[in-house]
Design a protein around this ligand. Structure first.
Ligand code: AMP
Length: 249
């Protein structure tokens, strides 16, 4: 079966985000960008399915600016077979991304689409679910284990207070949680090989999808700075301070 893996280029998780001075968003100029960590887990899972002989081809797809080519090349270096970049220099919201992915899925006919559970830039946690709804396919979100057997897939999900296993008929949607696997690093020879793997370029118009934003960002601001703590000598002083601050009556 073919596996489709959408990967997003986001601010690297080690970088402390800086809000733009005019409060319109996060400053992405000259900062390190990387593949969304949950998408690395999705690529790794697809590669493991291929190594087990379950997956036959891994297609990675990204919607974003030209620079997202780097993210796709990273996925190719990890072990994906081919890539599709849908170029949009403007930000595309989850519904627009899901509509584009639905078109790609209709064209590619994958048995599984494995997405990250969320992109760490906007923390939306929407795209996989919207894609499931648009395609009418079953979905196993927050997966910590994925087992394909014939034309069904068992997905173990991390839910409040435990694990839930759902059985889905393929084609199906899976979104990855942190504990699904530990993604591999691409080796230097594989990074070189990835340069000659196919990377097709498309636009939203090629798929007839209107990606005009529906939301307006009103304001982005830094979280309030934490105040320094104070040391108290004993419980009485602590209670006194809490009373002064109005925390206890
Ligand atoms: P979100 O709903 O934005 O939190 O994203 C969830 C998942 O959808 C991500 O982990 C990716 O797998 C996929 N995704 C979201 N935006 C994009 C994008 N622009 N290009 C490719 N995949 C995306």
């Amino acid at each position: 079966m073919k596996v489709l893996v959408p990967v997003k280029r986001v601010l690297d998780y080690n970088v402390k985000p800086r809000v733009k001075a005019d409060g319109t968003g996060v400053d992405l100029a000259n900062v390190k960008m990387s593949m969304n960590p949950f998408d690395e887990i999705a690529v790794e899972e697809a590669i493991r399915l291929k190594e087990k002989g379950v997956a036959t081809e891994i297609v990675v797809v990204s919607i974003g600016e030209q620079k997202a080519q780097e993210t796709l090349r990273t996925a190719l270096a990890m072990g994906a077979d081919r890539a599709i970049l849908i170029v949009s220099e403007d930000k595309v919201e989850p519904l627009g991304v899901a509509k584009l992915l639905a078109k790609v899925a209709e064209a590619e006919q994958p048995g599984l689409v494995i997405l990250g559970k969320q992109a760490i830039d906007d923390d939306n946690n929407q795209t996989g679910q919207m894609l499931g709804a648009l395609l009418g396919w079953g979905q196993g979100t927050f997966a910590s284990k994925v087992e394909v057997a014939g034309d069904s897939v068992d997905v173990t999900r991390e839910v409040d207070g435990g694990l839930e296993t759902v059985k889905l008929k393929t084609p199906a949607i899976v979104t990855t949680d942190l504990r699904l696997n530990e993604p591999r690093y691409a080796s230097l020879p594989n990074i070189m090989k990835a340069k000659s793997k196919p990377l097709e370029q498309k636009t939203p118009a090629d798929y007839g999808v209107d990606v005009t934003p529906r939301l307006t960002t009103v304001k982005v601001e830094e979280p309030a700075k934490r105040q320094a703590g104070v040391k108290v000598a004993d419980v009485d002083e602590l209670v006194g301070k809490l009373k002064t601050l109005g925390v206890v009556a």
